[in-house]
Design a protein around this ligand. Sequence first.
Ligand SMILES: *Cc1c(COP(=O)(O)O)cnc(C)c1O
Length: 238
Amino acid sequence: MNQNPLPDATLEERLAYIRARVAEAAAESGRRPEDVTLLAATKMQDAQTINRAIAAGITHIGENRVQELTAKYEDYDKDRCSIHFIGHLQQNKVKYIADKVDMIQSVDSLPLAMEIEKQCAKLGRVMDVLVEVNVGQEAAKSGVYPEKLQNFLTELAPFAHLHVRGLMSIPPVCQNPADSRHYFGILHQEFLDIMEKKIDNVHMDYLSMGMSADFYDAICCGANLVRVGTALFGARNY
Ligand SMILES: *Cc1c(COP(=O)(O)O)cnc(C)c1O
């Protein structure tokens, strides 16, 4: 799918289009539109644009970089949206966001989980996290390899200030939807298998996969949280 099918439309029009596609995909996979959370991926967007998206109905935003998040933090319309961290997170930066985000979607190592535990214990809060899965086993990407996933999850069970709520993934870029669906299918199966195992402190509530180009396919394959940037805000100016 074209990442930005409505290049000349307003943000509100693009949001309506995305919502309609989300609803269609939800119906196709036997769910309701409200069963799928639409998260706006807000990297490179200013607070004003983000607040316009929130005013239009966006309830979840995701930032990639710690510095960007802290710079915009005071200006977000925070009462009306939940803030997630979705980018690669360095251990030494956890302290800057532990009091600011509602969820960290990108937990990919035990040392990172230990640091989140430590910072959240200090704050007396529990952080919801997703474990990032490197489903394509790509060397350049972060994330836990599928064969290590269940073992990694059991290692997170003892942490009192960290609560695993599901899985997140950025599968390899695929030219055709059938290939994307192959990876989404693997992730959905992992999600179901882990749910069945009933690991302590691990709840499979969210399967976060699908971006602008492939959120429709991801939802059809079981995603219940999609992270959409370009299709909502237009192409990013790097
Ligand atoms: C940028 C980003 C997205 C959104 O990508 P688009 O293709 O612009 O929709 C989703 N997830 C993560 C982790 C991202 O960094």
